[in-house]
Design a protein around this ligand. Structure first.
Ligand code: HEM
Length: 227
C-alpha cells in the first residue's frame, strides 16, 4: 500500500509503514504527489510512478491472508523463485561497478531455494518465467532491482503475520522473508542512495528507462504469480 489510502490499511500495515517512514527521515521519502516530476529524485519518482502497479499486485496477491497452509506458502515461494532466479542471472551480467550496488549481497533466489528445500520442494524442478522485464542495461537493471528490493519492505510485515499463524513450522523456511534482518532499513536506504546517484549522472531518457522497467517488472511478476 502506498500513500493516501492509510485509512483502509489494516493496523499492522500502518504500523510498519510508520516505522519505515521514521527510518527514512534523513532522506525525504515522504513526498507530496503534487511534487513536479522534474524536481523529484529518481527514487521518489520510482515510488510515485509505480504506485498503481504496487497497489495492483498487493490487491492481486492478497498477502498474507492468501497464505493459509504449507502448500500455499510453498507455491508462493516457487513463484518467486521462478521469477527471481532468471532475472537475477540477467542482472548479474550487468556491470554494477561504481554504482554502490553489490548485487551478490542482494540476491534473493538463493534464500528462496533454501526455504523451498526446507519445505520439501525441489527448487531445480520449479518452472522459470520465460518472459523477463527489460533488463539489458544498467538503467533497466535498476528498475528491476527496485521492485525486488522494495518487496523486502512489505515482506517484513508479511513475515510477522505468518510467524503468528505458522509458529514453529516457519522456522528455517523463512530466509527470504527475513531478508536482511535488522539491516533491512539500512539496505533500503543504501539502495535509494544508489538509485539517486545513478539518476543524477544519467540522461532523462535513461531515468525514464528505469521507471519503465520497474513498472514492467511489477506487471510481469504479477502475471507470473497469477498464472
Ligand atoms: C510481490 C509483491 C510486492 C512487491 C513486488 C512490492 C514492492 C514494493 C516496493 C518496490 C516498495 C518500495 C516503495 C518505495 O519506493 O518506497 C514497497 C514498499 C512497501 N510495500 Fe510492497 N510489494 C509487494 C507486496 C506488498 C504487500 C503484499 C504488502 C502488504 C501486505 C506490501 C507492503 C509494503 C509496505 C508497507 C511498503 C513500505 C512503503 C510504504 O508504503 O511506505 N507490499 N513494496
Amino acid at each position: 500500500m502506498l500513500e493516501n489510502d492509510s485509512l483502509r490499511q489494516p493496523f499492522a500495515r500502518r504500523a510498519i509503514r510508520a516505522n519505515l517512514e521514521e527510518s527514512h527521515c534523513e532522506c525525504p521519502q515522504v513526498i507530496s504527489s503534487n511534487t513536479p516530476t522534474q524536481t523529484r529524485s529518481l527514487a521518489d519518482r520510482l515510488r510515485a510512478e509505480t504506485r498503481p502497479e504496487h497497489n495492483a499486485i498487493e490487491t492481486a496477491l492478497d498477502l498474507p491472508q492468501s497464505i493459509q497452509d504449507a502448500g500455499d506458502y510453498t507455491r508462493l515461494l516457487s513463484g518467486f523463485h521462478g521469477f527471481y532466479l532468471p532475472l537475477e542471472q540477467a542482472l548479474l551480467r550487468l556491470d554494477w561497478e561504481g554504482t554502490g550496488i553489490d548485487l551478490n549481497e542482494r540476491l534473493k533466489a538463493p534464500l528462496i531455494r533454501t526455504d523451498l528445500e526446507a519445505c520439501g520442494a525441489d527448487a531445480d524442478s520449479v518452472p522459470q518465467c520465460p518472459t523477463l522485464p527489460p533488463c539489458s542495461s544498467l538503467a533497466e537493471g535498476f528498475g528491476c532491482l527496485y521492485v525486488m528490493e522494495g518487496a523486502t519492505l512489505g515482506g517484513a510485515m508479511i513475515h510477522r503475520e505468518l510467524s503468528t499463524r505458522f509458529e514453529d513450522w516457519l522456522s528455517g523456511k523463512d530466509h527470504y522473508y527475513q531478508c536482511y534482518g535488522e539491516n533491512r532499513g539500512s539496505m533500503w536506504r543504501q539502495f535509494r542512495q544508489a538509485v539517486d546517484g545513478f539518476g543524477e549522472g544519467c540522461s532523462s531518457a535513461d531515468q525514464d528507462r528505469v521507471i519503465h522497467s520497474a513498472r514492467a517488472t511489477f506487471r510481469e511478476l504479477q502475471r507470473w504469480l497469477e498464472r
